[in-house]
Design a protein around this ligand. Structure first.
Ligand SMILES: Cc1ncc(C[n+]2csc(CCOP(=O)(O)OP(=O)(O)O)c2C)c(N)n1
Ligand SMILES: [Mg+2]
Length: 345
């Protein structure tokens, strides 16, 4: 059984009316952004392999909304939602995907290499699981500094079979790092279902021997995600309840999500059947939260429309901004990779 007593019971935060609306706005921004990116990808206006997170927006929104700018987030190859939810400006994210100079990384990184230090997005990477040890290093630094910063690392169920995962979990548990592992378990690693590469269905069971707190939640249930993550965050921030920092962990939140699109844009998905519409309605985190908010009387039809319209308008403005931005300058890479030593000519 997972331990539940190390830091005393922490109250699970509940989603209130304004926060629900803010989360819906974030999820609409991610959904509209990615739908637009899919079209831009077909027109070859965004470059490289594109991995969309449609179906997983609830995890990005519920986690990142509770973090501060000085809490670090590490992401992977499916990073757009995490970047937007953490506060990266949409026009600069779009520019990055379109290979433009105003992109977050001057258009040199693209979809899988988004970094925004100002908002605590310390890096997405295309190396599956490569973000895990980096996040542990960041959490160790926060702990040694004695701050109350918390590090979050997003990764998929496929990353769990990599050696990095086990090395990181081992040290994070040993050193009690203020690190929250957020696993988006969509049941696939590229085109391979989980059952074809492991006997351990739940990631929570993989880390069981390390005996830290862990929980599997429905990744389409935003209120459940909000309260589970909020509880872990409060504990990781200040384990002794003094408010002085020195938080402890780690924690694992395993979120069961559905990946609506293929592994990458263009994936013919011959390995699975298309989802029936009724099933998608049940799995869509955005539709679920919206229905819940309507039932509570927090949201009328007009508000739904205006949240969606605002998101679509922001996306179109981001596309215009990116189109107007000059193409990335490949020559800049040498200056970014090599350091100049000395001044002799
Ligand atoms: C170290 C490494 N090995 C293999 C790959 C190829 N690869 C890209 S995505 C992926 C699957 C990742 O699955 P998961 O972690 O579950 O993330 P998901 O795509 O389901 O979000 C693989 C194997 C890679 N990018 N990096
Ligand atoms: Mg996966």
């Amino acid at each position: 059984m997972p331990r539940t007593t190390r830091t005393g019971p922490a109250k699970s935060p509940e989603l209130d009316h304004p926060t629900t609306l803010a989360l819906l706005a974030t999820m609409w921004r991610i959904r509209c952004f990615e739908e637009r990116v899919a079209r831009l990808s077909r027109s070859l206006l965004v470059h490289g392999l594109i991995h969309l997170s449609i179906g997983g927006e609830g995890v990005a929104a519920a986690v990142c909304r509770q973090l501060r700018d000085d809490d670090a987030v590490y992401s992977g190859h499916r990073a757009h939602g995490h970047a937007l939810a953490k506060g990266a400006p949409m026009d600069r994210v779009m520019s990055e995907l379109m290979g433009r100079s105003d992109g977050l990384c001057r258009g040199l990184g693209g979809s899988m290499h988004l970094v925004d230090r100002e908002h605590g997005l310390l890096g997405a990477t295309g190396v599956v699981g490569g973000n895990l040890p980096l996040a542990a290093g960041d959490a160790l630094a926060a702990k040694l500094r004695g701050t109350d910063q918390v590090t979050v690392v997003f990764f998929g169920d496929g990353a769990v079979q990599g050696g990095y995962f086990h090395e990181t979990v081992n040290l994070a548990a040993l050193w009690e790092l203020p690190l929250i592992f957020v696993c988006e378990n969509n049941g696939f690693a590229e085109f391979t279902p989980r059952a074809a590469h492991t006997k351990v269905e739940r990631v929570c069971d993989v880390v069981a021997p390390y005996d830290f707190e862990r929980r599997t939640v429905d990744g389409s249930d935003v209120p459940a995600l909000w309260s589970a993550f909020g509880e872990y965050l409060a504990r990781a921030r200040a384990a002794d309840g003094s408010g002085r920092g020195g938080g402890r962990g780690p924690y694992l939140l395993e979120c069961l999500t559905h990946r609506l699109r293929g592994h990458y844009e263009g994936d013919p998905q011959a390995y699975r059947e298309a989802l029936a519409e009724a099933d998608w309605a049940r799995l869509d985190p955005l539709a679920r939260l919206q229905t819940d908010a309507r039932r509570r009387g927090w949201l009328g039809e007009d508000e739904v429309r205006s949240i969606e319209e605002a998101a679509r308008a922001e996306v179109e403005a981001a596309v215009r901004f990116a189109r107007a931005s000059p193409p990335a300058e490949p020559d800049a890479t040498a200056g970014l990779v090599y350091a100049r030593v000395g001044t002799q000519s």
